[in-house]
Design a binder for this molecule. Structure first.
Ligand code: ADP
Ligand code: ASP
Ligand code: MG
Length: 447
């Protein structure tokens, strides 16, 4: 029989009503056999996600040895969900007591944060009458903290084949020392993708609060066009660059298994959503731009040195400095005698930037160093797009007409991406200018 793996995000499971909606969706299709769930998210703007509240519990427990204050809202939230769902026989109070006790005893941020998914999965399993399978039994990390594919897939297959249906908490697994370890924030998307691969699903359905992947962030452009079909490659570029509908690392497990993803809206289940396909099954749409995404708060360190091109090892020496300091760089656009490092500003706070520049000067002795701070990156993504002269011309004309000063361009070697660096202050203006150029004034070539 065909199998679908579903993942419901925190926005879809924020209260009892929404959880009931998710349960109806699951029951409506018997091939939806396994579901991965997030912790309850925000019910309204300004509300606190359960995961954030749990990090607060960790801080309180670390400081005072108790988390009685920070755990109170978590307790209230789950008690009210269980009440709303009328699960009288489900003893959530004892499970909450046990969680609070373990949070204090365990003293780990990851363990504490994981309890939101754990509790939600326990109660949703009770609601549906499905098996609860703990992620820490089937998702493993190795000694380097990386996801242990071989071990996890073996265990998932073995454990789930005996369950007709199961609810699995997202966001966490077990590390090589037997402790709970979480993925980065938004990581339940990764858990869902791993489970889909582990049971060799025909489809990974990712249920959220929007009717699919939109051509740009709906918080910047009102009601942007929905993307009907997108390739894994395009999606990876867009999610990495901040289109956080799906965690950027959720793509690899299903991509390797050739399993398509469909983004669906829990609140409008009949909407078609977005289908994400392996590149070989994806039919290109000419030179069309598929989507736009971006992030703020980068720093660019620009280095210039005469005859840099002939100096063997220049880039390696610069990168060794970053490696030694444990700093990740995002991009490294280079010219004949120039090289720029684009780094998230958060890694350079508290004097790190000055130290880093000192070390770079010592390592490679550049003629000129310039630092641009408060830079945002905006990526325009689409298959074959950069091969078309017309597309870049339109993009840069649109930006200049909007008065956006382009501080950096990185076309890299990726055929599907043009990244511009602009001032943080121009970020929204830049996204809007590109969106309206390629989506509202669609010409025939864009269809
Ligand atoms: P979930 O709780 O289901 O994991 P997320 O909040 O992580 O949901 O992701 C969905 C949100 O992503 C949407 O509500 C929307 O605000 C935001 N978003 C950002 N960029 C895009 C985009 N390009 N298309 C759709 N949604 C986007
Ligand atoms: N609950 C976790 C978070 O808020 C994981 C997730 O929702 O995917 O980041
Ligand atoms: Mg999410």
């Amino acid at each position: 029989m065909h199998v679908k793996v579903c993942k419901f995000g925190g926005s879809s499971l924020a209260d009892g009503n929404n959880i009931r909606r998710a349960a109806e969706i699951l029951r409506a299709d018997e091939t939806r056999r396994y579901v991965v769930v997030s912790a309850p998210g925000k019910r309204f703007s300004g509300d606190v996600k359960i995961t954030d509240q749990l990090y607060e519990c960790y801080r309180e427990a670390a400081e005072t040895g108790s988390c009685v204050n920070a755990f109170a809202p978590v307790r209230r939230r789950f008690l009210s969900i269980v009440e709303e769902l009328g699960l009288e026989h489900f003893d959530i109070a004892s499970i909450l007591d046990e969680c609070e006790r373990q949070i204090i005893a365990n003293k780990s941020a990851d363990f504490t944060a994981s309890r939101g998914e754990y509790l939600n999965a326990r109660l949703i399993a009770a609601l549906l009458g499905w098996d609860f399978v703990d992620a820490q039994e089937i998702i493993y990390f190795n000694e380097r903290g990386m996801f242990d594919e071989a071990r996890s897939y073996r265990l998932i297959e073995r454990r789930l084949k005996h369950c007709k249906n199961a609810v699995i908490p997202g966001f966490y697994g077990m590390d090589a020392w037997g402790c709970v370890k979480t993925f980065t924030r938004g990581g339940s998307d990764i858990s869902g993708s791993i489970i889909a691969r582990g049971v060799n699903a025909e489809l990974y359905e990712n249920w959220t609060d929007v009717s699919g992947f939109l051509a740009c962030d709906p918080r910047i452009v009102n009601n942007p066009q929905k993307i009907g079909v997108i390739s894994f490659k395009e999606l990876r570029e867009l999610s990495y660059m901040g289109a956080n509908v799906l965690h950027a690392d959720a793509i690899y497990p299903v991509r390797k298994g050739d399993i398509p993803i469909r983004i669906k809206n829990t609140f409008r289940p009949m909407d078609e959503g977005t289908l994400i396909l392996p590149s070989k099954k994806y039919v290109k749409h000419g030179n069309r731009v598929t989507g736009i995404a971006g992030k703020k708060d980068f720093t660019v360190i620009f280095l210039e040195k005469q005859l840099m091109n002939a100096e063997i090892g220049f880039a390696r020496k610069v990168l060794s400095v970053l490696e030694k300091d444990g700093i990740n760089f995002e991009h490294m656009p280079s010219g004949i005698d120039t090289l720029s490092l684009v780094i998230e500003s958060k890694y350079l706070a508290g004097g790190v930037l000055d130290t880093l520049i000192g070390q770079i000067k010592e390592a490679v002795n550049p003629d000129y160093v310039r630092v641009l701070e408060d830079i945002a990156l905006v990526a325009t993504v689409g298959h074959g797009m950069t091969a078309s002269v017309g597309t870049s011309a339109r993009l840069f004309t649109a930006l200049s007409q909007a008065g956006v000063n382009v501080r950096m361009i990185d076309q890299g070697s990726s055929e599907i991406n043009i990244i511009v660096g602009i001032d943080n202050a121009d970020y929204e203006k830049c996204v809007r200018a590109i969106y309206f150029e390629f989506f509202s004034n669609a010409t025939e070539a864009d269809e």
